[in-house]
Design a protein around this ligand. Structure first.
Ligand SMILES: NC(=O)c1ccc[n+]([C@@H]2O[C@H](COP(=O)([O-])OP(=O)(O)OC[C@H]3O[C@@H](n4cnc5c(N)ncnc54)[C@H](OP(=O)(O)O)[C@@H]3O)[C@@H](O)[C@H]2O)c1
Length: 325
């Protein structure tokens, strides 16, 4: 209960905001889902600081509208805004999106894996038939990130140490919705079980915690830092599938989305995050967080005294996305 409270109420002021973020001239960033909600707020902070920002999403009309709004909001920016077509729920299209990006840019400083979906109608699946939340929140971003790994590694060779990052969207759902153990694997198929909408959301967000942890182990030698963040409880389009009552009551408990932008900003850009924090979990509005014991256990391999679930989850993501890389 304590950790839920600490991530939801009486939160400390954000450490990194548009006021103290250094100039980003020459930097190139991708924000998935950057045309709505939290991602839009992050994109605005970055663009105002003169960076090149790719807003990646599946709707070009939403992308174009967001780009117009950002240009109007930041008329003095010397940065650049681009739309990148990306559908995280359709695996064969993802490597093409990454290839489009790498055909246009020579560097990628921070990839914010922000896009996600929460409690869609029961039975919703991706184009390849995966449960929609597990597919969109984990498999899609996993594949997109692996496709961008060469340009991230290349950027890290010359960029300031610790500045090249990949961040993953967790949630309070990690605490309140996920099943016991974080992810429940089906013994026969080795895949995460489909448990029902809220549990599946929580499970997918634990998936992001586990991916970040494994990513850190695998790629810290390449100079890439990665963290998973709970952005906070925010008003956005995420509640689009909720009932009227849930949306009504949510409005009393949720914060303006800019605060989630600050959590993402801290995760991707704070100098407080160094190699020592690689693979860690960030709390709202940008501060080191903790995870419950069973998840800490899941993040450790069996040889490290844990239960190896993070590695198991990584290997499942690898197996399912391999045909599309
Ligand atoms: N809001 C909160 O309280 C809260 C709390 C904890 C965690 N989070 C996490 O924060 C992240 C951002 O959420 P938000 O609150 O800003 O919600 P949001 O406004 O609904 O933003 C989600 C974004 O993800 C995009 N998206 C969904 N499916 C996609 C797909 N198949 N391919 C590409 N993009 C897709 C959406 O694009 P479309 O509009 O085209 O669908 C939208 O731009 C999510 O990962 C969410 O789980 C949010």
């Amino acid at each position: 209960m304590g950790t839920i409270w600490s991530q939801s109420f009486f939160l400390p002021e954000p450490a990194l905001t548009e006021k103290n973020l250094p100039d980003q001239t020459g930097k190139v960033h991708i924000v998935t889902g950057g045309y709505t909600g939290i991602g839009f707020e992050l994109a605005q902070i970055l663009y105002a600081k003169n960076s090149t920002v790719y807003i990646a999403g599946r709707s070009s009309s939403k992308g174009t509208a967001a780009i117009s709004a950002l240009k109007a909001a930041c008329p003095h920016s010397q940065g650049r805004l681009e739309f990148l077509s990306l559908d995280l729920a359709d695996l064969p299209t993802i490597s093409k999106s990454a290839a489009e990006f790498t055909s246009k840019e020579t560097r990628l400083d921070v990839l914010t894996n922000n896009a996600g979906v929460m409690v869609p109608p029961a039975g919703s699946t991706t184009a390849q038939g995966f449960e929609l939340q597990m597919g969109t929140n984990c498999l899609g971003p996993f594949l997109f990130t692996l496709c961008l790994l060469p340009i991230l590694k290349k950027t890290a060779r010359t960029a300031a140490p610790g500045s090249v990052r990949v961040t993953w969207a967790g949630s309070l759902g990690v605490e309140v919705f996920a099943p016991k153990g974080g992810v429940e694997f089906d013994e026969k198929s080795g895949a995460p079980k489909v448990l029902g909408s809220r549990l599946d959301y929580g499970q997918s967000k634990v998936g992001n915690v586990l991916i970040a942890s494994e990513f850190a182990k695998r790629f810290s030698g390449d100079g890439i830092i990665t963290v998973c963040f709970n952005p906070g409880n925010l008003k956005s389009e995420l509640q689009r599938h909720g009932s009227r009552a849930q949306i009504f009551f949510g409005n009393f408990l949720l914060y303006p989305p800019i605060y989630g932008g600050y959590t993402e900003l801290y995760s991707g850009w704070s100098p407080d995050i160094t190699a020592a924090q690689n693979g860690s979990y960030i709390w709202p509005w940008g501060r080191p967080g903790t995870l419950r014991e069973e998840l800490v256990n899941a993040m450790k391999s069996k040889s490290e005294g844990g239960n190896g679930k993070a590695e198991q989850f990584w290997l499942w993501c690898e197996k399912e996305t391999k045909p599309y890389i």
